[in-house]
Design a protein around this ligand. Structure first.
Ligand code: ADP
Ligand code: MG
Ligand code: ZN
Length: 476
């Protein structure tokens, strides 16, 4: 009998607010340990939290972007547990009454778009970080992260494969970056995912799930889910039972191990947070956040297709990030007559070269104006597309503009037909046998002649003109 995989994801997204969720400390990443702390986020007794409105607004915006309900009244709760990086002994979160409920994301799959439900988005605070020294039995605690606002985005168990889970995460990652509600840098822990995985035969009730933690890249998420699916199927097919547990992915070994079973799961004894009043929003406040909604990737994709005549594929590539889309718009503004050529040179040539260097558009040494400078020289026939690729390489290497490189290297295309005629005559007299064969009807020798002329001019002859003049002169 066939197996069906069931996956639900819990994603913790750090909101990119200037200050923490319940105090005025900075959230800047990478500061000296414990320099961004105060009595509130250090968990000193008797300190009162004050809710950061920017964190609320960003969570509401995220909810609106996935078509969710915004609860005009939500509540904060305490999740109690002891851990060295949690000095208060509890985490402020939201349980029975979260800020955001419902909503969905559409993900691309091989069978077309699929709707993945979002159960809720609640606000909570991050814990500090334990740093275990490589030598000696010492651990250090950095509380700079303590109290940084998080949005926990919980999905319905709607995904049916590791690929769907990754597609959902990429969609969510792109969305929070477009909304500018999170930096979502996975390497900095700003976008973290726990995956709940179970298997069943189609039509059966949900199977027992394992929760996978420590998944800090799209690649590990895919590997960990695929590993877990095989593990669970083997257990069941061997007559065993999957136990509900939390498992930790070990990326070095490519396997997971049990961290704690359901029996060991903490009893968090959640109870209402007495130091924070209920979070109340007016309909007007929600509406004004909605009015500030930026253009979302899907809308931008459609606009790029319509406004610039791009293929669905190019529009998709160019809207993968806000920075890339902005680069493209600046580029088109500089070469408004050539949006398609601009898309091609950005998406294929420049991005391809950046990718080889493991960089993205934000690290490009060539800005939109400079790339436009190159495109203009192709459009006005100063250089051919082929030569332009070499010029782009040189631009990346030297940081110089297209014109300077074309000038210095003498790459200007030969568009003077008398100059081209002279070269053609030379090629014809060097290859009189081929000329005879061509004249006797061997048409396909045309390619040979074009090649010879291009070689003689080191690619600088205008290919259209070469073809045109060859046809005339070869006739004799
Ligand atoms: P908890 O917060 O205690 O981990 P929840 O019931 O809130 O538990 O579920 C968390 C996540 O697990 C949700 O994303 C949900 O969709 C997913 N989930 C629940 N049951 C299953 C299951 N049987 N298989 C896969 N995912 C599941
Ligand atoms: Mg969970
Ligand atoms: Zn603080």
């Amino acid at each position: 009998m066939s197996w069906e995989v069931v996956i639900g994801l819990e994603v913790h997204v750090q909101a990119n607010t200037k200050t923490k969720a319940f105090c005025g400390c900075s959230t800047a990443f990478g500061a000296e340990p414990n320099t961004q702390t105060c009595p509130v986020c250090l968990g000193m007794p008797g300190q009162l939290p004050v809710l950061n409105r920017e964190a609320v607004d960003k969570s509401v915006l995220t909810g609106l972007a996935i078509n969710a309900e915004i609860n005009l009244e939500s509540k904060f709760d305490r999740k109690n547990y002891f851990y060295p990086d949690l000095p208060k002994g509890y985490q402020i979160s939201q349980f029975p009454l979260p800020l955001v409920e419902g909503g969905h994301l559409m993900i691309p799959t091989a069978e077309g778009e699929k709707r993945i439900g979002v159960t809720r988005i609640h606000m909570e605070e991050d814990a500090g970080k334990s740093m275990h020294a490589d030598t000696g039995n010492v651990s250090h605690i950095d509380l700079n992260r303590s109290g940084v606002p998080l949005m926990e985005i919980v999905s319905e168990p709607d995904m049916r494969s590791a690929d769907e889970a990754v597609a959902y995460l990429k969609q969510l990652h792109q969305l929070v970056r477009f909304l500018d509600v999170s930096g979502a840098d996975m390497e900095k822990g700003q976008f973290r995912c726990d995956a709940n995985v179970s298997v069943r035969h189609p039509g059966e009730p949900l199977g027992t799930r394992a929760e996978l933690k420590n998944l800090n890249s799209f690649r590990f998420i895919k590997q960990a889910i695929e590993f877990e699916v095989i593990r669970q199927i083997e257990i069941i097919e061997d007559g065993g039972k999957v136990v509900q547990e939390t498992r930790l992915w070990d990326s070095a070994r490519g396997e997971s191990r049990s961290m704690r079973s359901k029996e060991e799961t903490h009893d968090y004894r959640d109870f209402p947070e007495p130091d924070l009043p209920p979070l109340r929003l007016s309909k007007q406040e929600v509406d004004s956040i909605r009015a500030g909604m930026p253009e979302l990737p899907g809308q931008m994709r459609v606009r790029f297709e319509e406004e610039f005549g791009l293929s669905a594929y190019d529009a998709d590539v160019l809207t993968t990030s806000r920075e890339l889309a902005a680069y493209y718009e600046d580029l088109v503004a500089a070469v408004p007559e050539d949006p398609k050529r601009a898309a091609n040179w950005l998406a294929n040539e420049l991005l391809g070269r950046l990718k080889e260097r493991s960089e993205d558009i934000t690290a490009s040494p060539i800005g939109p104006k400079q790339l436009a400078g190159l495109i203009k020289r192709i459009a006005d026939n100063t250089i051919s597309g082929k030569i332009a690729k070499d010029v782009l390489d040189a631009m990346l290497e030297s940081g110089q503009g297209a014109d300077a490189i074309i000038e210095k290297r003498g790459l200007k295309q030969i568009t003077d037909s008398s100059a081209i005629d002279a070269i053609i005559q030379q090629v014809m007299s060097d290859n009189s046998d081929q000329v005879e064969q061509y004249r006797a009807g061997k048409d396909r020798l045309m390619g040979f002649f074009v090649g010879q002329v291009m070689q003689a001019t080191r690619g600088k002859a205008n290919p259209g003109l070469v073809n045109q003049r060859l046809k005339v002169l070869l006739k004799g």
